[in-house]
Design a protein around this ligand. Structure first.
Ligand code: PAF
Length: 302
């Protein structure tokens, strides 16, 4: 399958400094100005440390709406104890430069923690998306998707965009957010951007920078395994459990510690029945200290 091209790596000739908004009042004032002209808004929520994958999401957002708001907020509520909240890369200046390189006016909402959680994250009302949040990544990261859904709903309420854009790389997150929007009647259309990959297939991720050289060489194995399992199913292999087990063994042989390798239905991440055709194979695995995730959608033949 062709990889989406990380086109942001090409030098940009245009430059347009984004407007940076630090609190809810300045965000609202900027949004009022934009809305006066009748603009449709798209929101791209991020945790910063922007790479070519994020920039593709911003480009997609710009195709869906007149004005784009990019939020940059490392959300403490979605990190568990012992996870990488403290060392998560915070690179606002470089992020603003990368966004300026897109050559179009953008609003950047970059609040501090006290702006979004004035009483502390642990005291916030929280959004629990039942079922979907507890499987796969949710099983090894309890509370993670509640943290994601909560901050995304807050951002949607603050910005009130017509469209919000998320990456397919975080596939379970995308489905959790779609479900939340459906269940809670949030008036926004959710658009999904393609995963951007390195030439060797590794999905771009802010966490790739944690990999040492040897790990970086091994990391593309994750996506290759997903491709092998999807190909086997397309060729008629039907024993899901055996395929998943084979995937796990291949990852272990490549020096990874898989959390899961799982074949699911695309829409709701259910275990597929014999009739289900639109499938996705998802995996999470640790390589050294880094947790990698990836997925591949495919159609099972009749
Ligand atoms: O995908 C991310 O970067 C985050 O989970 C998100 C959606 C910005 C919420 O913090």
């Amino acid at each position: 399958m062709p990889f989406a091209t990380p086109s942001s790596r090409q030098p940009s000739t245009a430059s347009s400094k984004p407007l940076v908004l630090r609190d809810a009042d300045s965000l609202r004032a900027a949004l009022r100005r934009l809305r006066r002209g009748g603009a449709r808004l798209a929101l791209v929520p991020t945790m910063g440390n922007l790479h070519a994958g994020h920039l593709e999401l911003v480009r997609l957002a710009a195709q869906c709406a007149d004005e784009v708001v990019v939020s940059i907020f490392v959300n403490p509520l979605q990190f568990g104890p012992g996870e990488d909240f403290d060392r998560y890369p915070r690179t606002l200046d470089a992020d603003l430069e990368a966004l300026a390189g897109l050559g179009r006016p953008l609003q950047v909402f970059a609040p501090g923690t006290a702006v979004l959680y004035p009483d502390g994250p642990e005291l916030a009302s929280q959004v629990q998306v039942g079922g979907l949040s507890d499987i796969l990544c949710g099983a090894s990261r309890p509370g993670h998707f509640t943290g994601v859904a909560t901050v995304v709903l807050k951002l949607l309420n603050l910005v009130q965009p017509e469209v919000a854009v998320f990456g397919r790389k975080d596939y379970q997150q995308l489905q959790v957010i779609r479900r939340m929007v459906r269940d809670l009647d949030v008036p926004v259309a959710i658009e999904a951007g393609a995963t951007v990959r390195e030439a060797d297939g590794l999905a771009l991720s802010s966490r790739n920078r944690y990999l040492n050289q040897a790990e970086r060489r091994q990391a593309p194995r994750l996506y290759r395994v997903l491709g092998e399992l999807a190909a086997a199913m397309k060729a008629g292999e039907g024993d899901l459990a055996a395929l998943e087990q084979r995937g796990r063994e291949t990852l272990i042989a490549a020096g990874m510690r898989p959390d899961y390798v799982s074949i699911r239905c695309q829409r709701d991440l259910r275990v597929p029945g014999a009739e289900d055709r639109d499938l996705v194979v998802l995996a999470a695995a640790r390589l050294g200290e880094t947790r990698l995730i990836d997925n591949l959608e495919f159609q099972r033949p009749r």
